[in-house]
Design a protein around this ligand. Structure first.
Ligand SMILES: *[C@@H]1O[C@H](CO)[C@@H](O)[C@H](O)[C@H]1NC(C)=O
Ligand SMILES: *[C@@H]1O[C@H](CO)[C@@H](O)[C@H](O)[C@H]1NC(C)=O
Ligand SMILES: *[C@@H]1O[C@H](CO)[C@@H](O)[C@H](O)[C@H]1NC(C)=O
Ligand SMILES: *[C@@H]1O[C@H](CO)[C@@H](O)[C@H](O)[C@H]1NC(C)=O
Ligand SMILES: *[C@@H]1O[C@H](CO)[C@@H](O)[C@H](O)[C@H]1NC(C)=O
Ligand SMILES: *[C@@H]1O[C@H](CO)[C@@H](O)[C@H](O)[C@H]1NC(C)=O
Ligand SMILES: *[C@@H]1O[C@H](CO)[C@@H](O)[C@H](O)[C@H]1NC(C)=O
Length: 802
């Protein structure tokens, strides 16, 4: 017996411990009753459980769920629309193979509609399929044939099946996943009087969709490795593609189709693929007359003059507070900048003036508003306001004009803006389900009930969605039980296949890949970085951590946190090595080195960073930090932001390095007992030397310094040649001076031009430079409560992005 099958055996015997209290199968004539918690069926390997799932204190639904996820994750349910009373109800298997679910009164709520001569038993298979077997092993009925909102590996979907989104109480929603009339597997939104396909993108041609229409075999399935393929060539692959992982493909209640993997240790789900990385693009997410805004977390607001239909379910949209009249004299338009509604155009007009466009809409009673693209003169009158979205990037949408009666007052705050002080949001991490909750400050005047709209969305890994332009490839932790970790891992256990994801490396492997640590890329406070090439030819940066004063366990825990962080503006960490005494990080190799070399390079670097690049670096770094600070499950404070830790890729896009090391290296972070100041002189916030606790605002401060350096093209600490003066004093004085200049200088032109890097020869964007300077000043406030948060910074910068 080799090591692998032994550990399998071990696992199986542990898993079957719960089986003792449950049943392996149901024979004809027997039943499962709702009162006894032991009245459940287990799959042979213990992965799935089938029984009554309580949706509220009084009601239960007969369901199948994953036994081992921290929260019960239901994959199938029989009677979601007709829950049974949590007393007296039972599920019975009759000898003719019919399964009958009856309520306490004996009323039949659900049946599998089987009429056969003889049934042998009902059994839950390892795949999660509940089957009724006849004599001789024939399958009379299976739950896989009538999926609810989830498709499991090896379960196929065909033309007669569909997945329907469901909320936490398992109540079906209005999104569905099935084949359309061209035999393309699609996502549908079926609302009361509207129905449309929103994935694949309906505005694309069939060629752009990369699909094959009219293949009558109409089938699709997810395999156990994490690859989905359908007969129309619809295909996608999990980011953690490989064997041995429990997966599910679920159409979530927010209309996004997501592929999840179960982390066996933490027993939580992580997303490894999703149809919409940008949730606001799910049409109908905010319902009719609703507008999806990024705050930066996606959230719903109502168009001005409209009110929420159901505060507990924002996807039901908004209804008008007025009766629109057809009389053109009595209506006016409210302007919504950077906003667009999808589809439902009454027409398309080109090269017309705004006034003409207004008149077109005024003269048509069906027109509820219009989109206008200044500069192009494009005019799209709309019959329905659906799929509204307000984007931050200027130029990606037109301006929306909404028709409302003249008497209606619209407050500025009800116009969905991407302003820094716009809707506030905070992550609610206390709930086990980790929802994000967005609070909106609009319409405060209209009584308490409406003043706070709470919009719940997303699932446990909604952390992702906090970013606007971030493309998901997935993240996950590959972590096995401790006993497996310590040995020779992972090659022998068959995980070699997943090498392009987070994993553990042996010291010998890294010695080979770095050719005995020959090619040094740089050294900093946290350690020395070497270049390496992995077996699969990937170039990596290998950092030998100096000074890790934490044990093996904590080290692995921290690495698990770092390993699951994935964002385009953060350096991707591929893995680690923890063979005593070595503590090594393996991360993505970033072509163009660090920002300091490029920006202050002097003689060695011949590249001058142009204005555009500097601005996009500032924006990118801000996005990366905002992501770190607001990732829900763990706050990651960088604690050492400086140009040395900003790497530039081949397109000179920034990637932040060295994040998440604060705790590892005892730099402080959330840990208040900082014995020693880490970080770097010149970038340190004042609270490091006072006794105040360290919060994310220390990064905001350091970012302010980086902003000034991007503007100036020189180190702030080098600006003042006065030898004796402390760098902190220099900064303080500079901030005061800049503040005064900004206030005084009306034209701002001359003073800005004096400050900005002279090597640019005045080639810079005035508005962007001014915004960066203002931001830098507010980031460098002594009082940390007056510094903006990183997402405020992102919004501010994005608002002047071109
Ligand atoms: C379920 O979790 C327990 C510990 O939480 C573990 O021992 C067992 O192996 C797990 N079973 C499966 C099927 O993963
Ligand atoms: C649910 O149960 C509670 C207490 O057990 C009871 O007060 C309530 O009336 C029940 N609701 C329904 C709909 O039966
Ligand atoms: C779809 O699958 C179900 C169950 O496997 C089967 O009964 C049904 O006939 C299939 N439909 C088509 C169109 O193949
Ligand atoms: C099928 O999908 C793959 C990948 O998405 C694509 O490269 C290929 O061109 C598609 N084939 C057809 C016939 O559209
Ligand atoms: C139709 O789909 C099946 C797989 O379901 C595939 O084998 C076949 O090649 C497809 N036919 C065409 C014409 O693409
Ligand atoms: C709209 O008109 C209906 C009847 O035509 C009336 O009952 C309702 O109160 C009006 N609503 C508003 C907001 O004026
Ligand atoms: C977070 O969510 C929990 C449970 O949903 C709730 O009790 C708590 O009040 C929320 N906290 C905040 C700060 O909103």
């Amino acid at each position: 017996m080799d090591a692998r099958s032994f550990s399998l055996l071990l696992l199986t015997s542990i898993q079957c411990l719960p089986c003792i209290s449950g049943l392996d199968f149901l024979s004809p004539g027997s039943s499962l009753s709702v009162e006894h918690s032991s009245d459940v069926l287990y799959s042979p390997d213990g992965t799935f459980t089938c029984g009554f799932y309580q949706v509220s204190p009084n009601s239960s639904v007969f369901s199948i769920w994953f036994s081992n996820s921290s929260e019960k994750t239901v994959v199938w349910s029989a009677n979601p629309l007709h829950p049974v009373y949590t007393w007296g109800s039972k599920l019975m298997l009759n000898s003719d193979g019919s399964m009958v679910l009856s309520d306490h009164s004996g009323q039949i709520v659900w049946t599998n509609n089987v009429r056969s001569s003889a049934a042998h038993q009902a059994r839950l298979l390892d795949s999660g399929n509940l089957v009724v077997k006849g004599k001789g092993g024939s399958i009379l009925w299976e739950s896989f044939a009538s999926p609810t909102d989830t498709l499991l590996p090896r379960q196929s979907i065909n033309a007669t099946m569909k997945l329907v989104s469901a909320n936490r109480a398992l109540v079906p929603g209005h999104y569905s996943f099935h084949f359309d009339d061209q035999y393309l597997v699609s996502l549908f939104d079926d609302e009361k009087d509207l129905s449309f396909i929103y994935w694949p993108n309906p505005s694309r041609t069939i060629w752009e969709k990369l699909r094959t229409p009219f293949n009558s075999s109409t089938s699709g399935a997810l395999d156990t490795l994490g690859h989905f393929l359908a007969s129309d060539n619809a295909t996608f692959t999990a980011a953690d593609w490989g064997p041995g992982i429990l997966r599910r493909l679920t159409l979530d209640s927010d209309g996004n189709l997501r592929l999840y993997s179960l982390d066996k240790v933490q027993r939580t789900w992580s997303v490894t693929w999703m149809a919409f990385p940008q949730l606001c693009k799910v049409r109908g997410l905010c319902g009719r007359n609703g507008i999806c805004v990024y705050t930066p977390v996606p959230a719903c607001v109502c168009a001005p003059g409209y009110q929420v239909v159901d505060p507990s379910d924002r996807s039901k949209g908004c209804s008008p507070k007025f009766n629109i009249t057809c009389d053109a004299q009595k209506v006016r338009f409210v302007e919504l900048p950077n906003t667009d509604f999808l589809g439902y155009d009454l027409g398309a007009h080109r090269f017309v003036s705004l006034r003409t466009c207004k008149n077109i809409c005024l003269s048509d009673c069906n027109c509820v508003g219009f989109a206008y693209w200044r500069g192009y003169g494009d005019c799209y009158p709309k019959s329905t306001l659906l799929g509204g979205v307000t984007l931050i990037n200027l130029g990606s949408t037109g301006t929306m004009y909404i028709k409302i009666p003249k008497g209606i007052q619209v407050s500025m705050s009800s116009i969905p803006h991407s302003q820094p002080l716009g809707p506030k949001y905070r992550a609610n991490c206390s709930a086990a389900n980790r929802y994000f909750i967005a609070h909106f400050t609009d319409e405060r005047k209209t009584g308490q009930n409406e003043s706070k709209y709470v919009y719940l969305y997303g699932f446990s890994s909604a952390i992702f969605l906090a970013e606007l332009i971030f493309v998901v490839l997935g993240w996950f932790i590959l972590r096995r039980e401790g006993r497996q970790l310590r040995g020779v891992w992972p090659a022998e256990v068959g995980y070699e296949m997943i090498t392009n994801h987070f994993r553990r490396y042996t010291y010998t492997e890294l010695v080979t890949s770095t050719r005995r640590f020959q090619d040094e890329l740089g050294r900093g406070t946290s350690g020395i970085v070497y270049k390496g090439v992995l077996k699969d030819k990937r170039e990596v940066a290998v950092k030998k951590l100096a000074d890790v004063n934490q044990g093996e366990e904590e080290f692995q825990h921290e690495l698990n946190v770092i390993g699951r962080i994935y964002h385009m503006h953060l350096v991707r960490v591929w893995g680690f090595c923890s063979d005593d005494p070595h503590r090594i990080l393996v991360s993505e190799f970033v072509e163009n080195g660090s920002l300091d070399k490029m920006l202050f390079g002097g003689g060695s670097s011949h590249v001058l960073l142009e204005w555009k690049q500097r601005f996009s670096i500032a924006l990118g770094v801000a996005k990366g930090l905002a992501y770190l600070h607001h990732e829900c499950s763990e706050w990651v404070i960088h604690c050492d932001m400086k140009p040395e830790n900003i790497l530039l890729d081949e397109n000179l896009e920034p990637k932040i390095a060295d994040f998440g090391l604060a705790k590892l290296l005892n730099r402080g972070g959330s840990n208040m007992s900082v014995s020693r100041i880490r970080g770097t002189r010149g970038y340190l916030a004042p609270e490091w030397v006072s006794s105040l606790p360290i919060t994310a605002k220390v990064d905001v401060y350091s970012f302010g310094v980086v902003l000034l350096e991007l503007l100036k093209g020189a180190r702030v600490s080098d600006l003042d040649k006065n030898e004796d003066e402390e760098v902190e004093m220099v900064l303080k004085r500079m901030v005061r001076m800049l503040m005064e200049m900004l206030e005084l200088d009306v034209s701002e032109q001359s003073f800005l031009a004096d400050f900005v890097d002279t090597r640019l020869n005045g080639h810079f964007n005035n508005l962007q430079a001014r915004t960066m300077m203002k931001l830098a000043i507010s980031c460098l406030q002594e009082d940390r409560s007056r510094r903006p948060t990183m997402e405020n910074v992102v919004q501010m910068l994005a608002s002047v992005d071109e």
